[in-house]
Ligand binder design. Structure first.
Ligand SMILES: C[S@@+](CC[C@H](N)C(=O)[O-])C[C@H]1O[C@@H](n2cnc3c(N)ncnc32)[C@H](O)[C@@H]1O
Length: 436
């Protein structure tokens, strides 16, 4: 980094302990590859968060791949706050890329104060019709950066929009709550990753002083990662189990099979998609991370369940609440989800892996599995609970309130049950449902 004609060995990146750095790059388009590359060079755990009107998701076609045609960003579970998430399993430390299709200024409201704000396009933050200027935009943006954090202002558009770069060495916000100090010009002259769209980056570096304390970091992290929404004892149970591959992205084995076919018959062409990693994590890194979360459980934000557990021949858990708030837990339970079509259509986009054991009672193109289904009330389909259990694709079945919504009716039906389901989970919203 250069400051007053003097060369310093590196840009003094903010440091944090026990959590990843939170980096935000709004309106990034494809330039997130360069902010990502800079964070990789820093070799510390990080999350890069990008809100864009038109996100360039790495798994849209064509997939982003390195020069050896390897997939670089493996897709992982969607964040609860929307968008898509990815990670690179080779880096050896926590990393995550999040893309949301969202107005960048609005999206900033969902974030805690970040550790690093990477900027290359200031228009989303201008208030009027005119081109944004540094002194108008930066004091406002600095409120989103924690005390001691950095703003990295990429000079990519400096020749075209010089007003973004007319900075003073120190700039104080009008209400004196934030101050930005120019600490030098950073240069990253060799991209640290082998990906397309990388380039040398030259950027102005500013340190932020902020009188407002950074809060809400663990809540934010929990909104991004399912593991942070589980209880320590639940994490223990998945400690040796890698998260599954994103559905419809070929896994390594099926890719290799296709590649072998191509070697035998080159006329069929190479596999269209890049060679995937074995998993989005290595088992060592994943289980070390889970152990860290178990030990530092104050960082976890488990979703509370208002539940009653009954023994009615099989275990029955009655959960008061919206089923869509508890999908992580259903996945953790490896539950077979049994619902009508409209609810299923809401659930699967939130937690796509539930599809593998899901039973849609109202499929669009097939015969319904329960004919003349009447879900609730006195006229509801007779023995509906038993009919639902028959359809379950595993020993744990999950559904919502149905039939007469009484414990008596459940007891009556389950007394005759001799199938394979061991645990039935029923969600209900009303207090009067399944009342004692
Ligand atoms: C000229 S491109 C710059 C892309 C990239 N930052 C770069 O410097 O290479 C502007 C980008 O900003 C995005 N954009 C503009 N206004 C936005 C807003 N309010 N919220 C989110 N994205 C926005 C556009 O979709 C577009 O991709």
């Amino acid at each position: 980094m250069w400051k007053n004609g003097e060369l310093f060995p590196s840009v003094p990146m903010p440091e944090v302990s026990g959590r990843p750095l939170i980096v935000c790059h709004p309106a990034a388009d494809l330039n997130y590859i360069n902010s990502w590359s800079i964070m990789v060079e820093n070799s510390q755990p990080f999350i890069l968060f990008c809100d864009e009107y038109s996100p360039k998701y790495p798994d849209d076609l064509p997939f982003i791949e390195d020069s050896l045609r390897h997939e670089y960003f493996a897709r992982i579970a969607n964040p609860l706050i929307g968008g898509r998430a990815y990670r690179n399993p080779e880096l050896g430390y926590q990393n995550m890329l999040v893309h949301r299709q969202k107005d960048a200024a609005e999206g900033m409201l969902d974030l805690p104060q970040v550790d690093i704000l990477y900027l290359d396009w200031l228009d989303p933050f201008a208030s009027g019709q005119t081109q944004a200027s540094f002194s108008e935009v930066m004091p406002k943006l600095a409120r989103n950066v924690r005390d001691g954090g950095l703003i990295i202002l990429d000079r990519k558009h400096a020749d075209v929009i010089p007003s973004w770069f007319t900075y003073s060495n120190v700039l104080l916000s009008t209400s004196n709550d934030t101050c930005i100090e120019h600490i030098g010009r950073g240069e990253w002259l060799f991209p640290s990753i082998d990906l397309p769209y990388t380039r040398d980056v030259v950027a102005e570096i500013f340190r932020v002083k902020n009188t407002t304390k950074q809060t809400g970091v663990n809540d934010f992290l929990a909104s991004l990662m399912m593991e942070r929404r589980l209880k320590p004892e639940e994490l223990e149970k998945i400690n040796n189990k890698l998260p599954p591959r994103w559905p419809n992205h070929p896994d390594r084995d099926s890719w290799m099979e296709r590649y072998m076919e191509y070697l035998d018959s080159p006329e069929m062409g190479e596999p269209y998609l890049p060679c995937p990693p074995h998993s989005s994590w290595t088992i060592n890194e994943y289980s070390t991370w889970l152990q860290f979360l178990i030990k530092n459980s104050e960082q976890l934000r488990p979703i509370q369940r208002d539940e009653r557990i009954l023994d009615l021949g099989i275990k029955v858990t009655l959960v008061r609440g919206n089923i869509t708030d508890h999908l992580d837990w259903l996945l953790w339970n490896d539950a077979s989800l049994i619902t009508r079509g409209r609810l299923m259509d809401k659930i699967l986009p939130i937690c796509c892996w539930l599809q593998f054991k899901a039973v849609n009672l109202q499929p669009k193109w097939e015969w319904p599995s329960i004919s003349k289904l009447i879900w609730s009330g006195l006229e509801s389909t007779p023995n509906l609970t038993l009919k639902l259990l028959e359809l379950s694709k595993g020993p744990v079945a999950a559904t919502i309130v149905h039939g007469a919504a009484t414990i008596e009716q459940l007891k009556e039906q389950l007394a005759n049950y001799d199938g394979d389901v061991e645990h039935l989970i029923i969600f209900h919203k009303d207090e009067s449902d399944y009342a004692f």
